[in-house]
Design a protein around this ligand. Structure first.
Ligand code: GLU
Length: 327
């Protein structure tokens, strides 16, 4: 699929026709290790929402950094073993640098990019811009003269930032409704030359025909700035569905160190895919009305899909208790 978008100053109103281009949902793991129960749940929800919406489902490995050898293969195998399926080929971000470069240059040619020489510490120490959100880039390098840039360049390679023309942006989220958050001058290319997540995710979602972005709600606040970048690139808006995260027993974000929480660990402890699917189903919650009394067992992702009602989905985080302690 090749699509040639163009920079657009006005909001994009033309969406691809559903009959020609049905749109897609996606899951986009970072291959930094094995997926834990919270990740598996998010992936299942993304797959089910795509299937229920008659969308294609695509996979993307976000391997621009934090890559652990073999992790992507293990993640995909784990997802397949739960019964998820997706279109081939899987997109690997490490193969997409040319595309990011091309889209970055379109922003640059439109005068929407500037060089930034600030260190992380300088940004933390600088007072936030008068109307900026806390933590927003204060715009230190926005108006450097050619001479100032040349001086700084002698000491440090630049990062490239978006010259944002709005201070906030609104997206639509299936669960949260219209959601507005601050947009600042996001980094597009880091000073080590790596393309930033906020650019790559937008370019790839468009390239893969993604119309529905389902992911953990830790990323909700970054959706408006990604949607703004997409808008500048002339891409049609996507619908978001940010789903609650999984927490450990202390109420903190679930992590791999929280006991047996990945499929390989759980298998080793004697649990099966059906156990994992059944816990996740209970957390959504999804129940099979034909099965009353006793524990509800779900053998496959398809079985959960049959009884999944997004309207009844819990918007509370899922507290995962260590299954080794329960059984
Ligand atoms: N790769 C990101 C993660 O694993 C998800 C990015 C996204 O879904 O937009 O946290």
């Amino acid at each position: 699929m090749t699509r040639e978008p163009h920079l657009n100053a006005a909001p994009v109103t033309v969406s691809p026709s559903p009959s020609v281009h049905p749109g897609a949902g996606r899951y986009a793991p970072s291959p930094s290790g094995d997926l834990h129960l919270g990740n598996l749940r998010t992936a299942l929800l993304a797959w089910m929402l795509a299937r229920q919406g008659n969308l294609r489902f695509v996979m993307r490995v976000e391997d621009l950094d934090r890559v652990k050898e073999g992790a992507a293969q293990q993640q995909l195998a784990d997802l397949a073993s739960l019964g998820l399926d997706w279109e081939q080929p899987v997109l690997y971000q490490s193969t997409r640098r040319k595309a990011y470069q091309r889209e970055f240059e379109r922003l640059q040619e439109a005068g929407m990019v500037y060089e930034c020489y600030c260190t992380r510490r300088e940004i933390q120490q600088a007072a936030t811009a008068p109307h900026g959100a806390p933590g927003a880039y204060p715009g230190t390098c926005r108006e450097l003269s050619d001479q100032q840039r040349a001086e700084r360049r002698a000491h440090r390679a630049p990062a490239y930032r978006l010259r944002a023309e709005v201070s906030e942006y609104t997206v639509h989220d299936m669960f949260r409704g219209d959601y507005t958050a601050a947009v600042d001058d996001v980094v597009l290319v880091r000073n080590d030359g790596t393309f930033a997540y906020n650019l790559a995710v937008v370019v790839d979602d468009y390239f893969q025909g993604v119309t529905q972005v389902v992911r953990g709600d830790d990323l909700l606040s970054s959706a408006p700035r990604q949607a703004y970048v997409a808008h500048l690139l002339g891409y049609p808006p996507v619908t978001y569905a940010h789903v609650p995260l999984a927490l450990n027993e202390e109420g903190k974000r679930l992590a791999k160190r929280d006991g047996a929480v990945t499929l390989p660990q759980l298998r080793q402890a004697g649990f099966t895919e059906a156990d994992v699917l059944s816990w996740i189903a209970a957390s959504i919650p999804v129940a099979d009305p034909k099965k009353t009394g006793g524990a509800q067992v779900f053998e496959s992702a398809m079985h959960i899909l049959r009884f999944f009602d997004p309207q009844r989905m819990s918007l509370e985080p899922w507290t995962v208790r260590d299954p080794l302690k329960i059984s």
